[in-house]
Design a protein around this ligand. Structure first.
Ligand SMILES: Nc1ncnc2c1ncn2[C@@H]1O[C@H](COP(=O)(O)OP(=O)(O)OP(=O)(O)O)[C@@H](O)[C@H]1O
Length: 346
């Protein structure tokens, strides 16, 4: 008898990603001989799972351990101890024991200090990714797997929609992201229920993070109140539709970014200043992207630059009535001078 359908589904999702990782690794490190996938002394690529001990990432860890045994990859796991709850170090140690029991090696728990910038969720995320990046570098990992599901994607799209900052923020999480595409999300097309069923079918012990049900957290409210209400009003397909919106928005945003990169060269004069008349002639979506790129190039931090900042700069082009300089994050200033847009760091 084959595995439970949910277990088969998570394994297939991971197998697909591992095949990609192996293919890319072989392209980057050509074999000495076609019959010999690795040079003598060269090890197969290492794939790490980022595991919180929760259901999604434990399912991921189990599928990685299972598939890696059959393929030319090594599989390990990292758990990050955010130190935000009592006993978190003990729990992280337990997650390591569970990952080792699955056959993962190396396995490590990394303790981090969570700051305050951007709120508790963003600060924990920043600390977690910094720790995962450092671990991937230390082990020379070819990829780090994350357990985000289609439901997480739907939540991310809704959060982006509520921010009101355009289609890039509707495009959610990419299946491949990070430096050299190191982060992979094999479960992005799978629903959370299937992943949870796979844990039950394999009798995996999982840890339920109390933060996931804590109404103090925006994502938790969205998960437990917002999405169920939307499903009640719009029907069950809403999660799938939101995840599809992410993919479509990502493709559109990529196309517009390329257009803006090309347009930017065409609207600069011979001394490199942006010409207002030429900017005026661009479609608004492209013009706003050109302005955003220019402001970031002068030193404004991308994370602090909001749609309202760019709208104000845009008004120097489309609503010119002699207004003064616009102050932007990172001490960057934008002003209109003699038909040119001058953007400078003060
Ligand atoms: N403490 C952690 N250590 C290592 N990886 C983590 C940690 N927290 C989250 N991750 C990774 O990020 C992914 C998304 O985490 P998040 O908490 O947003 O979602 P989740 O649905 O609660 O996931 P899980 O059920 O795996 O905890 C996880 O599946 C895991 O791969």
């Amino acid at each position: 008898m084959g595995p439970h359908p949910a277990v088969a589904a998570i394994r297939l999702a991971v197998r697909r990603v591992l095949h990609d990782v192996i293919t890319e690794h072989q392209a980057a490190h050509p074999a000495a001989h076609p019959q010999q996938p690795h040079r003598p002394g060269q090890q197969p690529p290492l794939v790490l799972v980022a595991c919180s001990g929760g259901a999604d990432s434990m399912a991921l860890a189990s599928a990685l351990a299972f598939e890696a045994r059959k393929l030319a990859v090594r599989a390990g796991g990292i758990t990050v101890d955010h130190g935000l709850q009592e006993g978190s170090a003990l729990r992280a140690a337990e997650v390591c024991v569970r990952m080792t029991a699955l056959g993962l090696d190396p396995v490590e728990s990394v303790a981090v200090t969570v700051g305050r910038e951007g709120g508790p969720e963003a600060a924990a995320r920043d600390a977690r990714y910094a720790a995962l990046d450092a671990a991937a570098d230390r082990y020379g990992a070819a990829a780090v797997l994350l357990g985000h599901t289609r439901d997480d994607q739907a939540e991310t799209v809704l959060l982006g929609l509520a921010r009101g900052s355009g289609i890039r923020s509707l495009s959610g999480m990419a299946a491949v992201s990070g430096a050299d595409g190191r982060y992979r999300r094999p479960f992005l097309q799978l629903d959370r229920q299937t992943v949870r069923k796979a844990c039950v079918a394999q009798e995996l012990a999982v840890w339920d993070d109390p933060h996931n049900t804590d109404p103090a957290y925006t994502r938790s409210r969205l998960r437990h109140e917002g999405l169920p209400a939307l499903e009640k009003a719009l029907g069950k397909g809403v999660v799938e539709a939101l995840a599809r919106t992410a993919q479509l928005s990502r493709d559109d945003a990529d196309a517009l970014d390329t257009w803006a990169a090309d347009a930017e060269a065409a609207v600069r004069d011979e001394t490199g200043f942006l010409e207002c008349a030429k900017l005026f002639g661009l479609p608004p979506a492209v013009r706003r992207r050109v302005l955003r790129r220019a402001v970031i190039a002068e030193g404004a931090p991308a994370g602090s630059l909001f749609a309202r900042h760019i709208e104000e700069v845009d008004r120097l082009i489309t609503g010119w009535r002699g207004q003064g300089a616009i102050n932007l994050p990172g001490r960057v200033e934008a002003r209109r001078q003699g038909g040119r847009l001058v953007i400078r760091q003060g």
